[in-house]
Write a protein that binds this ligand. Sequence first.
Ligand code: ADP
Length: 484
Amino acid sequence: MRDVTVLGIASEIFPLIKTGGLADVAGALPVALADEGVRVTTLVPGYPSVLAGLAGVESLRHFTELFGGPARILRGRAGGLDLLAIDAPHLYARPGSPYIGPDGRDWPDNAQRFAALGAVAASLAVGEGNGVAPDIVHAHDWQAGLALAYLHHHARRPGTVFTAHNLAFQGNYPPSLMAELGLPASDFAIDGVEFYGNLSFLKAGLFYADRITTVSPTYAAEIRTPQGGMGFDGLLRTRAALLSGILNGIDETVWNPATDPHIAARFSTARPGRRSINKEALQSRLGLATTPGALLFGVISRITWQKGLDLLLANLPGLLGLGAQLALLGSGEPGLEDAIAEAAAAHPGQVAAVIGYDEALAHQIQAGVDALLIPSRFEPCGLTQLCGLRYGALPVVARVGGLADTVIDANEAALAAGTGSGVQFAPVTQEMLAVAIQRTASLWREPATWRRLQRNAMRTDVSWRRPAARYVALYRALITERAH
Ligand code: ADP
């Protein structure tokens, strides 16, 4: 079989720019697909960190006018990835977050910034002025959604796949922008980019894609319901035959406890006992009491309503009453950040909170905590629980989305069968989280059981192998379909 070529489109990509799981997926999936005969080149905005990280740069194309200024398309490599970057200083030469300005609000021209991403992608995909013309265009999340609206107007275009990593982020803008963004007025319709009176980049992706994927089978089912669809459930029910859920994997070279450069003691399933060194190092670093017997819970998360950390705060007295500790790393909504920082200040030695983004500390928490708390109200896939499994930090998770699909609850039947890799709870309420924390503490009091669960967790396949094979099958089926 001949190689398949894919033009990926993503607004963030590890290791150059990351705010969440999207970057991890955009950075790891191409590497996994390369082993399967799929060559992915990913188009990304040329933020300062992207341009600084590109090696072997050559200029591929020039736009004299791209939403208010000139742009160059640069081809280069970084971290084993083939990349195309849009060097357009008027749109992307801004420090910090790719989406949010120093005032904490979205950049006022985000519609233009990500329309530019879509417009360049569409132009490259149909082979204008260069030789990119791929078999498949694979767009990720709302920032890439408009590419599929632009492509729709080309008679000869590649097959298109849109992956929804989180329907909560929609890219909705006033309809008055249609003309400025180069979209015909007729596209502002139910059968087009219109979404409850707005122009929606996410709707463009979900409506125009030849195939839609999302990042877990359970989320693929949840988003077809009014409760989980965020307004798109009707459209997704209509397009259900084209929608599938493919779990994410994690990059096992970045997340490998046997080689991890960030942690005090490397370990593996053969030597899980060495985790205790990491636990003590973490407790010391964060100012927690270095009590080996205390059950240490960890959190690594965006601090938002989605992640349910308010439910965790409400459970703090109960958690501490069990003699447990909590180590939290995250950033997000200021009100919730403050509440977490106050809780840490009120319980020195028992609760530690680091507000911020810290890649190395994330690794140290995975390697040092006994259990990882993830009480998300919804979770399309979730990556932290996959890392937790690999590092033997037992995930204690809400039974939603990808959390439901990747963690096996250590209930009586699972314990009897020798399976189980964590704890699940449902519904996602303060009360049921309390029960889950108590269940985790009971399991902790039985060291042999805990060790077995930890071994099961660490042996779980969280690699990209199976997901990559599913994407390849999807791409090839679409190519075959479009050839007829
Ligand atoms: P989401 O994409 O919704 O934020 P995921 O679980 O899919 O959630 O992915 C989160 C990714 O970001 C994981 O790789 C996690 O380790 C990382 N992460 C989240 N918050 C932080 C933080 N404060 N510091 C370092 N890494 C973080």
